[in-house]
Write a protein of this length. Structure first.
Length: 269
């Protein structure tokens, strides 16, 4: 899918309508109008989402709730309080719904998206869920959804921003979509595709010592690692912490995966 290279660092993907805000506004508006996730008996942990075909949502959930993951509720050695969680490009909110309802994460969670329709959909689905919960369940941590363009807006000016950043930041397909945008921005005095600004913005969202877990179907594991550890905007800020394992396919003598999920940890200084 790559057709050009960045400034000696990274490749770019060919632009697509999937990289436009108009596409996602229309997509989530359609979901709102057609009652997506609001059918009788619908469960928020069963919402359709990107990467369902390779069971990525469940595998990511298993990774984040494994007793070896430092922030996991199942980690017997966890000594910190309930972690704060940010979902970049929350879409219909499925990632946070799964993390809270199945993963038993109890800290404050925030889902952000530049699409107002996306935020409205996620808010509506969560509001419906809260109506079915008792008071004790509703008091166990919170989920909020906010319209926010991480490439243009300042997170520290937002009322939901925790001082120092979030303990855990998630990306499920957002980097993929931004990679398909033809939009140009200025970065260090030069004009670049906005995808080149994304890794640096991510670092700002993660507190020192915190974690960033990204799932991508447009980039290989090696390419994801390069984007978030070797480009000039993030060099030495993030280090690879772990990877989610998926089935490996072999075609034409080459092996690969249909999706990549990589977890990074931000340096303490």
């Amino acid at each position: 899918m790559a057709d050009a290279t960045g400034p000696g660092e990274v490749k770019h993907l060919r632009p697509s309508e999937l990289g436009t805000k108009e596409y996602w506004d229309k997509n989530y508006q359609n979901d709102l109008e057609n009652g997506f996730g609001q059918e009788e008996g619908a469960e928020l942990t069963q919402l359709e989402s990107w990467f369902d075909e390779v069971d990525a949502p469940q595998k990511v959930l298993e990774y984040l709730t494994d007793e070896d993951f430092p922030l996991s509720p199942n980690n017997p050695e966890r000594t910190t309080g309930e972690p704060t969680v940010l979902d970049l490009g929350c879409g219909n909110g499925s990632s946070l719904f799964e993390l809270k309802l199945e993963g038993e994460y109890r800290g404050p969670m925030v889902g952000v998206d530049y699409s107002r329709q996306s935020v409205n959909l996620a808010k509506k689905l969560w509001s419906n869920q809260l109506e079915q919960q008792d008071e004790a369940e509703r008091s166990e941590g919170s989920i909020s959804f906010e319209q926010f363009d991480m490439l243009k807006d300042n997170p520290e000016q937002q009322p939901w921003w925790p001082e120092g950043g979030f303990d855990l930041v998630l990306d499920k397909g957002t980097f993929d979509a931004i990679s398909l945008s033809a939009e140009i921005t200025e970065l260090r005095g030069r004009e670049v595709r906005i995808v080149e600004a994304y890794p640096g913005k991510v670092v700002q969202m993660v507190r020192p010592g915190g974690y960033f877990l990204i799932t991508s179907c447009n980039w290989t594991e090696q390419e994801v690692v390069r984007w978030f550890t070797a480009t000039s905007e993030v060099k030495n800020a993030l280090k690879e912490y772990g990877r989610v394992k998926y089935p490996v396919y072999e075609f034409g003598g080459r092996k690969g995966q249909g999706v990549a999920s990589v977890c990074f940890q931000r340096a303490w200084s």
